[in-house]
Every structure is written in C-alpha cells, then in structure tokens.
Write a protein that binds this ligand. Structure first.
Ligand code: NDP
Length: 398
C-alpha cells in the first residue's frame, strides 16, 4: 500500500532522505518542510519525481500540527536539528502520526544529550498506538542494528562493543564539519564517556587515543567520545552480559588543531555574549562562517568506514567479530549530490521510516533501533546503497 512521508529538514541529511524516499515507490506522496521553503523547493527540483514542499518552524507545535493534519503523513522523518525532537514528537502525538529521527534531543543551552527526555514519551506513544523510532541514522542507527544482527546470528553473549567511525574523506577546506557545524562541535567538545562493569567512566574530551587499521583506508588515529547509542545498547543488551561499550571516531590533526584554537579563543562557547548591544552565541556565529556541509558534496573525495567490533561467546567459545560499511564520497555525490556523511545518515533514516510506515517494524511506544528484528533493515541497507561486510578473523580490538 502506498504511504505518505513528511520530511522535516532540507539540509545535508534531509537532501539524501528526500532522494531516497523518491527512489522508493512505497512512498507515493512526499512533502519536504523547513523554515525557509526556498531551500525545500530547490531540493525538490533535483528529485526524479514531483514532491510537495512547505514552510514550517518545527518549534511551533500548533503550526506543525496544522501541517500534519492537512498533509496526513503515515510517518514524519525528523532531520532538522536535535533541538526540535520533543516539539516534533508533541506534534506527532497530537496529529496521530508515527515519528522517526536520527539524533537524540539536546537542550540548546547545554551541550548534553541523553535519551531520558525522549524515553519519557513512552506511555504517550503507547496510549496513542503510535511508533517513535529513535536514532535511525548510521551512528546511532545502523550501528545499533549491526549489534542486534550480531546477537541474532553470531553470538549467545555479548561482552564488549566498540563502535568505530572513520571518515577518510578530504574536502580540501582548511576547516569544515561534515554535518551541522554547531551540533558537530558541541558533540566533539563534550567529555568522553564509556561503559565499563556497570558504570559510566568519564574522560576529558578526546583524552583517549588509539591507532586503528581500517579495511581499505588503513591506519587512522581514533579518539574515544561519548555517543548516544552507548546509552540504549548498554540498557537493551544488559541481558546479554555487556561489560564494556565504547565509541571511537577519527579526526585529522588539522581538524583538531583548528578546533583547539577556536576553543581557546572562545568561539565554541554556547552561552550568550553581548556584542555591540546584541546577544550572540559564539558557536552559532562560527556556524555562519563555516562551509555549509550541504555544499561539500562536489568537493569531498575518499571513503568512510563505520562499524562495530564485537566480542562475546557462541556455543561456549569466545568470538570476535567486525561488521562495517565502506561508503565512497564521490559515488554518493554522483547518486544523490551529497557527500558520504549525509548519505550514510539519510539512507537509514529513509529505511527506518519505510519499515515503520509499512508496519514491518510495528509497535506502540518509543523504540531504539536494536529493539526490532534487524533482518529486514539489513536487507534494505544493501538494496539502498549501504552494503555491509562481516569479518571473523584478524579482528583487532582497540
Ligand atoms: P543541516 O544544518 O544541514 O540541516 C538542518 C535542516 O533543518 C535545515 O534544512 C534547516 O532549515 C532545518 N531546520 C532547522 N531548524 C528548524 C526548525 N525549527 N524547523 C524546521 N526546520 C528546521 O543539518 P544536517 O542535515 O547536517 O543534520 C540533520 C540532523 O542529522 C541533525 O540532527 C544531526 O545531528 C543528524 N545527524 C545524524 C547522524 C547519525 O548518523 N545518526 C550523522 C549526521 C547528522 P531551515 O533553517 O530553513 O529551517
């Protein structure tokens, strides 16, 4: 049966979501909405078939409810910013629409993200018989599904998960982030955190560093960070014996040098500063000066490699396993005019929404990705351009 989807956000990720939704015949009607409708219209003009556009401020819940009630989507894909998550969930509840996002809620005034705010919607989504699917990007998203797939097919117990995210792409810019600069810099500047033996260990930002030899892209420096999927995976995999869960990301020395200087001079601050009689937030001003990630597509060359190294047991014997995807920036650009970071986020957002809209992933309440059967999602990853590779031997744990 044909379905209707409303995409909120027409930035780097929104652009890939729109292309991918337009590629599937199961989404017969598509509407792209953001505050600046011109941006949505420009994106709509690139798509292979006609779609609707709308102007909406997602923080204005009554306006969003009005749009939802008039377009009547089966599912909303929230690829605006994490600040909008709760408002969009409120509007979905009022209009009776399923909800999918790619990043967990973050209050604008504190660089702190955790699932508690969105998990608190559990009873309300349950009562309305609606599904809220949280974190359907790559990480979080595919990484959670990889873990569920590993448990389903290859492990009886899972003791350790290391999620490792490498971007070996080069965009030729002195300093540019590959998704929304404000969200990216808030995330990278936050203290590191990992799960060990039943408790969270906090580190200074990027304090723990290792070198990892990635398939195809070779040796890269990786840094331990906190990432939201650690919170849901340690909760949902407690029953499988999880003892340690960590998240690692690559950064070039050039990126880190720029970030340190910007931090040292106060440009990454998120508290208001008076400037010539007007309040400004330094990080939001910096965002205005940095390249828009949506423009990096034609400039970026190289590959991303994101995956999970998992340790546990099968039939009483220890096992180590690595599952990952390699995505090429230029191939992504040729297909959907976006670089691989937006591609690896937008494809799973579309797949999550498709599985919810068609009832393949069914349930009333608020769910993280690892709570559903991973098989249909894994099948669609290959179909829509993110094939995965499994390795059982020579897996090196960081
Ligand atoms: P961009 O800044 O490129 O795009 C954000 C879009 O949201 C813009 O179109 C903006 O348009 C729109 N928007 C912002 N505020 C509002 C609002 N109040 N109402 C309606 N629309 C709004 O961001 P990205 O595309 O890079 O990132 C999108 C999301 O994807 C982020 O939440 C990010 O954290 C997440 N992400 C997740 C990843 C994962 O693997 N899970 C990886 C990378 C990103 P306008 O200003 O016109 O409204």
């Amino acid at each position: 049966m044909s379905k209707r989807v409303l995409i909120i956000g027409a930035g780097g990720v929104g652009s890939v979501v729109a292309h991918k939704c337009a590629q599937t015949t199961e989404f017969q009607d598509i509407c792209i909405a953001c505050r600046n409708e011109e941006r949505a219209k420009k994106l709509a003009a690139q798509l292979p078939r006609p779609v609707q556009t709308a102007s909406v401020d997602a923080d204005d819940v009554p306006a969003l409810v009005k749009l939802l009630k008039s377009f009547k989507p089966d599912v909303v894909i929230n690829v605006a910013l994490p600040y909008q998550d709760l408002h969009i969930m409120d509007a979905c509840l009022e209009a009776g629409v399923n909800y999918v996002d790619t990043a967990n809620y973050e209050p604008p005034e504190t660089a702190h993200f955790e699932y508690s705010w969105q998990w608190a919607y559990q009873e309300r989504f349950k009562e309305k018989g609606l599904t809220a699917l949280l974190g359907s990007g790559f990480d979080p998203g595919v990484t959670n599904v990889y873990c569920a797939w590993a448990k389903k097919n290859h492990f009886d117990t899972i003791e350790q998960i290391d999620i490792i995210d490498a971007n070996a792409g080069d965009n030729g810019q002195p300093f540019a982030t590959n998704f929304n600069p404000e969200i990216n810099i808030r995330e990278v500047s936050a203290p590191g955190r990992y799960w060990e033996n039943g408790e969270w260990i906090t580190t200074k930002p990027l304090e723990i560093k290792r070198t990892y030899n990635f398939p195809t892209i070779g040796d890269k420096n990786i840094y331990l960070m906190y990432h939201e999927e650690l919170e849901s995976l340690t909760k949902n995999f407690a029953k499988y014996g999880i003892k340690r869960a960590r998240f690692w990301m690559t950064f070039s020395d050039n990126y880190l040098n720029h970030l340190n200087v910007l931090k040292n001079v106060g440009m990454t601050r998120i508290d208001p500063v008076m400037y010539e009689g007007k309040e400004i937030i330094p990080l939001q001003f910096l965002k205005k000066l940095l390249p828009d990630p949506a423009t990096l597509g034609p400039l970026t060359k190289g590959k991303t490699c994101i995956g999970c190294v998992i340790q546990g047991t099968k039939d009483g014997k220890p096992r180590t396993y690595y599952i990952y995807n390699l995505c090429d920036h230029q191939e992504a650009y040729r297909e959907v005019q976006s670089q691989a970071i937006s591609y690896t986020t937008g494809v799973p957002a579309m797949i999550g929404a498709l599985l919810v809209a068609t009832g393949v992933w069914k349930g009333a309440g608020v769910f993280n990705m690892e709570e559903f059967d991973p098989a249909p999602f894994m099948e669609k990853l290959t179909e829509y351009g993110l094939p995965w590779i499994e390795q059982f031997e020579d897996v090196v744990v960081p």
